[in-house]
Design a protein around this ligand. Sequence first.
Ligand code: FAS
Ligand code: PHB
Length: 389
Amino acid sequence: MRTQVAIIGAGPAGLLLSHILDRNGIDSIVLERQTRAHVLERIRAGVLEAGTIALLREVGLGERMDREGRLHDGSAIAWEDRPRFMIDTRKYTGKPMMAYGQTAITEDLFAARDAAGGKIIDEAADVQPHELTSGRPYVTYEKRGTRVRIDCDYVAGCDGYHGVSRTVIPADLLKTYEKSYPFGWLGIMSQTPPYPDICYCHHSRGFALASQRSPMLSRYYVQCDLHDKIENWPDDRFWEEFLARCPKDMADSIVTGPSIEKSIAPLRSFVAEPMRYGALFLAGDAAHIVPPTGAKGLNLAVSDVFYLSRALIEACRKGNTAYLDVYSDTALRRVWGAARMSWWLTMLLHRFPDDTPFERKMRLNEFDYLHASERAAASLAEQYVGLPY
Ligand code: FAS
Ligand code: PHB
């Protein structure tokens, strides 16, 4: 087979890239290792930055999001024994955030690609990029025992943290930066009316987060031990712990109910440089992972795709590779900004097992400073809503 852009991975990055390229007359084929059902079963992100909202609307993916998503003027931070703080994105930037699940976005993307006759090959095993610096790149994969070759002009590595793309960049060229956090997030989904705000809770018992997916679908998290097991968290224990970490007025208004999904995710900061090797361009989790505290993971995948789609359209339609040549540096500038903000907010809001009393005082004073300084509050708000692309 032949295509202009071979895309590895049918997550948000790969599907959105394929969708935008198609709208600009550029042909692509998406290769996904899992079944479509498996991709859609994943419960992931839930909060969209202003840039993501705008881009999805611009490329014709705003209709269901605007109908079912819920706009927020920011998110709250509830700190034990302190007044509630609002990360007020509307006040300081004039922009909203949107609660709309990654699962719904992925459904919308699959629907759009299907409607446009997009080529998405699922259960594509052993996908391998080849000849990335030869000028004649191609990708191979296996399906039903047959090895298939796709000749292409470019390869987009949108295959997430555990994908193959990053591994083909020579070790002497690839630089990686990583930090693991000494705890995880236990998340549940419940068919209950959600708490009205997205609210991060800092408590001596640990971090908690109230979020939402729809008027009858709530998403809640508690910080848990790094090696904790779901079996240790029956619903009763989850709700007892979650409510204990919220201020009383918030806890009294939470509607609890049976979990319909429960999972534990480790927290990690990871950035790989460069995000290009010859004809291969990385986008999304294939190049970077941020702790979910700042709600940046999915939104970074979208901004990478904004830069990469613009670059590929310019190259494929006009033969101008100027944007491709600066893609890695451009994307990484925004990636590092989001990585720093997500690290900072993670360090602020969680309880660390080896915390000293001094470090707890530093954390408390950092939070008090947010309350005391309009400039500090504005700085957090502009980063939380997402810096301009
Ligand atoms: P994805 O990982 O979504 O997609 C990559 C795709 O490539 C997958 O479908 C995979 O099956 C496929 N693939 C992998 N290897 C392949 C190969 N060799 N060949 C072919 N296909 C291959 N972000 C937030 O903002 N908020 C959150 O609350 C949040 N929670 C998360 C919870 C978990 C458990 C995880 C893992 C991530 C979470 N994230 C969150 C981050 C998440 O939303 C990612 O940022 C987002 O999925 C990135 O999208 P992609 O880059 O498309 O990667
Ligand atoms: C979510 O709704 O899943 C969510 C919201 C905010 C975050 C992380 C996750 O920071």
